[in-house]
Design a protein around this ligand. Structure first.
Ligand code: ASP
Ligand code: MG
Length: 422
């Protein structure tokens, strides 16, 4: 039986040394009840995004710079891992994956979101192909699975919704047939049925994949391996002094990640909470460090103030042209439209006449929103903003961070302070 799921993110497999380190971690583990979910190597997903942009901006004509970089990056890792043995079958497999990626990048006539998922998914196919082969050669026997056979979704490209019933059938079968082999599967990607096409779960979605497998396998644990020693009260890359939070409830972890704490994908907690499966955030740089544990126990946890910054935000203000109130009817219309366009409001505020929403910057979606509402609503927006959230704030604690900033919106609840600032 598979009882534990380990998810390794891009940073944990970003070069040959990192992959060797992954092997070391696995050597010290009982692998007979373990399954691995792995992301694309390093910044590969960003690289494919860039390549896709190049191709679409040029109608598919040979702007191969970004693609070339990705090929060289993976080749360098493979040369190191397989001792320069280019006769190793993995080289041919990877070459073929790059050929398919190249063909897929050329199909610029397709809808952007569709083409995005068809191309972006190669990042995880490449990483898992290379890592599975390397581990098999080095004493960690494993079998590579294709996530598209297990994570079944609808057709909402770039943010596909998981069909848990269909996925359950497949993953339960996988569990029944498990014979102690270490399975390796891609994070982030899935597939729709009828027709069968590749979909993705949203950027940084591999954590979510781990949680879906943990849920449907009835596992005892999901561990997410990071380059930090657990969840901290602020991003150490942004704040000089941060504190580790040893224990979090599912609800607190959900709040933090929803507001933008990048340590986990916000969708990760629900499948775990639903089956009461603990989530451990562990450090791949030193596996002996105590993880942060996220579980169902809300009691006895006291929280320090946590600081979360979301960049590239836009504040959109929407007002009815006929000067009617921003009442429930108007709100109903507007939220239905946001839902249809898959625009997620990170913060919402209303006044007599206006609805203000803070959303991630996305020029295409903004244009779609304006086009759909223009007839009845006036839409204004400010771009280049930050959404700054403090959970468990103390009065005045924000002063230091906002002193040279202009505050566009401020919201306080008993537990949370949010500011949209420039
Ligand atoms: N590789 C994907 C991304 O970078 C998924 C993940 O890393 O979780 O968004
Ligand atoms: Mg990642």
């Amino acid at each position: 039986m598979i009882k534990r799921v380990y998810k390794f993110g891009g940073a944990s497999v970003k070069d040959a040394d990192a992959v060797r380190n992954l092997k070391k971690i696995l050597e010290n583990e009982d692998r007979s009840d373990l399954m691995l979910v792995i992301s694309a190597m390093g910044k590969t997903t960003n690289g494919i995004e860039k390549a896709l942009k190049n191709f679409r901006d040029n109608d598919g004509h040979l702007p191969i710079g970004a693609l070339q970089e990705l090929m060289e990056y993976h080749e360098k890792i493979m040369l190191e891992l397989f001792d320069e043995d280019t006769q190793h079958p993995v080289f041919e497999t990877v070459t073929n994956l790059f050929l398919d990626l190249y063909l897929s990048l050329q199909e610029t006539g397709y809808d952007y979101d569709y083409q995005y998922d068809q191309t972006i998914s190669f990042g995880e196919m490449l990483s898992t192909t290379i890592i599975s082969a390397y581990l098999n050669d080095n004493g960690i026997k494993n079998r590579l699975l294709d996530a598209r056979d297990y994570i079944i979704t609808d057709h909402d490209f770039r943010a596909a919704n998981v069909d848990f019933d269909e996925s359950r059938l497949r993953i339960e079968k996988l569990q029944r047939e498990h014979d102690g082999t270490l399975y390796i599967v891609q994070g982030f990607i899935g597939a729709s049925t009828k027709p069968v096409v590749t979909t993705t779960l949203g950027r940084e979605g591999s954590d979510y994949t781990g949680a879906i497998f943990a849920n449907l396998l009835d596992a005892n644990e999901l561990s997410v391996w990071k380059d930090v020693d657990g969840v901290r009260n602020a991003d150490p890359k942004r704040f000089p002094k941060t504190e580790k939070i040893p224990h979090l409830s599912y609800s607190e972890a959900t709040e933090l990640t929803f507001y933008g704490a990048s340590v986990l994908h916000p969708k990760t907690t629900k499948p775990l909470q639903n089956k009461n499966i603990p989530l451990k955030v562990r450090c791949f740089l030193d596996a002996s460090l105590e993880p942060t544990v996220i579980d169902g126990s809300d009691e006895f946890i006291s929280y320090v103030p946590s600081f979360i910054v979301k960049d590239n935000q836009m504040l959109v203000t929407i007002r009815p042209r006929d000067f009617s109130f921003m009442n429930e009817q108007n709100l109903g219309v507007l939220f239905a439209m946001l839902n249809e366009l898959n625009i997620h409001a990170n913060m919402i505020q209303t006044s007599a006449l206006d609805l203000s929403i803070c959303i991630d910057e996305d020029e295409r979606k903004l244009r779609q929103l304006i086009a759909s509402l223009e007839q009845s609503f006036i839409i204004r927006y400010n771009a280049g903003l930050q959404l700054f959230t403090i959970r468990h704030y103390e009065n005045g604690i924000e002063k230091e961070f906002v002193k040279d900033k202009r505050v566009f919106v401020e919201q306080r609840s008993r537990s949370t302070l949010q500011l949209v600032i420039s």
